[in-house]
Design a protein around this ligand. Structure first.
Ligand code: GTP
Ligand code: MG
Length: 224
């Protein structure tokens, strides 16, 4: 026990150093980088497909996909129209900066405006790992319950925005979007909160405007 603590600190410190190097590269290229965090099936890839579709012709998006196995999500994103690289983490529950660095060597980011990283599906492990992003974004699936910000506060504390997804299912479940919003803001009052349905497209305008504003801020100030 007394040995594992310094070892873990060394690993995360090395990760943070590399993440800062990546952040400097992204800043030099004026690329906004977002790290999408959510539980499995919350709708991360569907949000990416919708975002790529809606920003087609306006912004150039690239995607780094993280999953334990398969390249299903990278194939979905590529079919939606964005270059994508899949990272398979095996038994690993989160992405690390070195994986993003490796993915970048396979991704043509010349001329890219935005890189979105879809992290491995869970609300715990990805929160403590800096990937060089400008912001972490949580996708919170409404049917999974409006209490999630209270039970998994780290993800909501680390994020700058929350996309409450699957609001089309609100009539059929006990969870309420308003309660989820309130709980998220209790954990982190600075969060931008969007209520969307990636199925119907409802509410996506606010999310897209936030993304555009982050990119503008990055271009003006160097940070998103
Ligand atoms: N009803 C409804 N279903 C949705 C919505 N968004 C996504 N889904 C469905 O939810 C399921 C999971 O969506 P994905 O986008 O694959 O979720 P994910 O978070 O990327 O999943 P992992 O990568 O496996 O962690 C799919 O069947 C989607 O069609 C939505 O707004 N409403
Ligand atoms: Mg996915």
């Amino acid at each position: 026990m007394s040995v594992s603590i310094p070892v873990l600190r060394d690993i995360t410190e090395a990760n943070t150093l590399l993440a800062n190097e990546l952040r400097a590269v992204f800043r030099g290229r004026n690329i906004l980088v977002l790290d999408l965090i959510a539980s499995p099936g919350a709708g991360k890839t569907t949000l990416l497909e919708r975002t790529i579709g809606r920003l087609n012709g306006e912004l150039r998006l690239c995607v780094i996909e993280g999953d334990p196995t398969t390249s299903i999500d990278a194939e979905r994103v590529a079919a939606a129209g964005a270059p994508a690289v899949q990272i398979n983490t095996g038994s690993g529950c989160h992405l690390e900066a070195r994986m993003v660095q490796a993915a970048l060597s396979q991704l043509d980011v010349a001329g890219a405006d935005v890189i979105i990283i879809e992290n491995v599906g869970n609300l715990m492990c990805p929160t403590g790992w800096d990937l060089g992003e400008d912001a972490k974004v949580v996708v919170a699936s409404l049917p999974e319950g409006d209490d999630k910000p209270l039970k998994y506060p780290m993800a909501f504390s680390a994020a700058q925005a929350v996309v409450i997804n699957k609001i089309d299912l609100e009539p059929y479940v006990s969870a309420k979007a308003e309660r989820l919003r309130r709980n998220a803001l209790t954990i982190n009052p600075d969060l931008a909160v969007f209520e969307v349905s990636c199925l119907t497209g409802q509410g996506l305008d606010g999310w897209l405007d936030w993304l555009r504003a982050k990119l503008l801020a990055k271009r003006r100030t160097g940070t998103g």
